[in-house]
Design a binder for this molecule. Structure first.
Ligand code: GUN
Ligand code: FE
Length: 431
């Protein structure tokens, strides 16, 4: 792997409130990791090849903590229903098509190409319940150079017969075969356990997944407290649980469980309606929240109380939740997160101040990046994931500061036409 230096206007988060901008600065990549950002290039790095992106903005790659690859094909359509009806009417039939590998090949190639061209460098991805199609998706993701966790979905109840797995035992054995096939196959593409959500996973299946998790030590992704109809259904299915998240925690699939001495890296999408008890447990267990504002608007799910989660110091990042969310742009998710937080403050709770731009940028980079380890910043030791943005097309009559240019680039969607280069782990993957 080649070592190198990039020059440009460098922007990154050091914490949730600190957005650092360094004009005409250098960021050094050695062995796929950042050596830090410098205004004067240290002598020891002067020998490295320098790529001059003067006048471009250089930002860490965006992290999408929650996206459904098989739903990319129907993004921007079918946006007239709430979650449970939307799943049954549109999503499950669409996902059933991935039984056919030929369809999966066409559709996943489109998805992966789009993600590769976007500002996203890493994603936590739902596939479908189909093992061959999921393995194909992982192959394509690896070839793209992006970094990801990809999950074969588990679902053994409450969905159309063509999509639901035959039994908990079949779901579990397919999952084990899948993990065995992919666990050490790729550098940047790793498996993640993916119980779809409690309505689709029987108690027996959850028990199997607990055992599989213990055997392989995989992280977990799922959905939590997204929509009122879903939450009512979970209470009906699991009347003994005080709150939804307890249903995952009962199977040690909910972060760190001190009582059982387990520690399972977990990301839960949405958390729009989490109760105080649920929030408390997520915080205690270090569960990551994937905030997906566009999806929450499209499916009329509600507005997640992100100010509360940030102020509690919880692990939090952004997700597009394609196709609940219609766009795969994390820039768009940043602006959506800010905008919905303003509506929350105005309409729901005046003590919950809107999210600031630095906070939303943090969630999109360092906040979500933590799910992958030292990712999402240019501080020394972080994975070298970078996006170079050329904003010269956004002409302005005045001289703007770097932070103004960054905010404008995000709000105006420069990720669709202004990406000059993209790096993952120090490898240039586009342009
Ligand atoms: N809950 C269970 N499955 C899904 C899904 O595919 N999308 C969303 N937004 N929520 C879900
Ligand atoms: Fe989702």
């Amino acid at each position: 792997m080649a070592d190198f230096v990039l020059k440009g206007h460098i922007c990154y988060s050091e914490s949730k409130n600190e957005l650092i901008t360094r004009e005409n600065a250098y960021v050094v990549c050695v062995g796929g990791k950042s050596k830090g950002v410098f205004t004067e290039l240290p002598q020891q790095y002067a020998v490295l090849p320098l790529k001059d992106y003067s006048d471009c903005l250089i930002v860490p790659g965006m992290i999408d903590l929650h996206i459904h690859a098989p739903q990319y094909a129907f993004r921007g359509m079918c946006m007239d229903l709430e979650l449970m009806d939307w799943l049954n009417r549109y999503t499950f039939p669409e996902e059933a098509k991935y039984m056919e590998l030929e369809y999966a090949e066409r559709a996943y190639a489109i998805f992966v190409n789009a993600l590769k061209a976007s500002a996203t460098t890493r994603a936590v991805v739902f596939a479908t319940r189909h093992r061959p199609a999921t393995e194909l998706l992982m192959k394509l993701m690896e070839e793209s150079g992006l970094a990801s966790y990809v999950g074969k979905v588990n679902m053994d109840r409450e969905a159309a017969e063509v999509l639901v797995e035959e039994s908990a035992a079949v779901s579990a054995s397919e999952t084990v075969q899948w993990i065995e096939a992919v666990k050490e196959k790729y550098t940047n593409t790793k498996p993640i356990l993916t119980p779809r959500f409690i309505p689709c996973c029987s108690d027996t299946l959850m028990e199997h997944l607990r055992q599989i998790q213990m055997a392989y030590g995989l992280p977990v992704q799922s959905h939590l407290s997204e929509s009122p109809g879903e939450i009512d259904f979970v209470h009906f299915l699991r009347p003994d649980n005080a709150f939804y998240g307890e249903a995952y925690n009962d199977y040690d699939l909910f972060g760190k469980n001190e009582d059982n001495q387990t520690d399972v890296k977990t990301v839960m999408a949405h958390c729009v309606w989490s109760t105080d008890e649920e929030i408390d447990l997520m915080r205690k267990n270090g569960v990551f929240v994937a905030h997906c504002p566009a999806s929450n608007m499209n499916l009329s799910s509600g507005i997640a109380p992100i100010r509360k989660y940030l102020d509690l110091g919880m692990n939090i990042g952004l997700g597009t939740d394609v196709a609940g969310g219609h766009s795969d742009s994390i820039f768009r998710a940043i602006t959506d997160a800010i905008q919905v937080s303003k509506m929350y403050w105005r309409y729901v709770d005046q003590t919950m101040k809107p999210i600031t731009f630095p906070e939303a940028f943090y969630m999109a980079t360092l906040g979500g990046g933590a799910f992958f380890g030292a990712v999402g910043s240019f501080a020394e030791g972080y994975a070298f994931d970078a996006v170079v943005l050329d904003d010269t097309a956004l002409v302005h009559p005045q001289e703007l500061s770097v932070s103004e240019r960054l905010e404008r680039a995000v709000y105006l969607g420069l990720d669709t036409h202004g990406i000059r280069a993209k790096y993952v782990n120090g490898e240039k993957i586009i342009f």
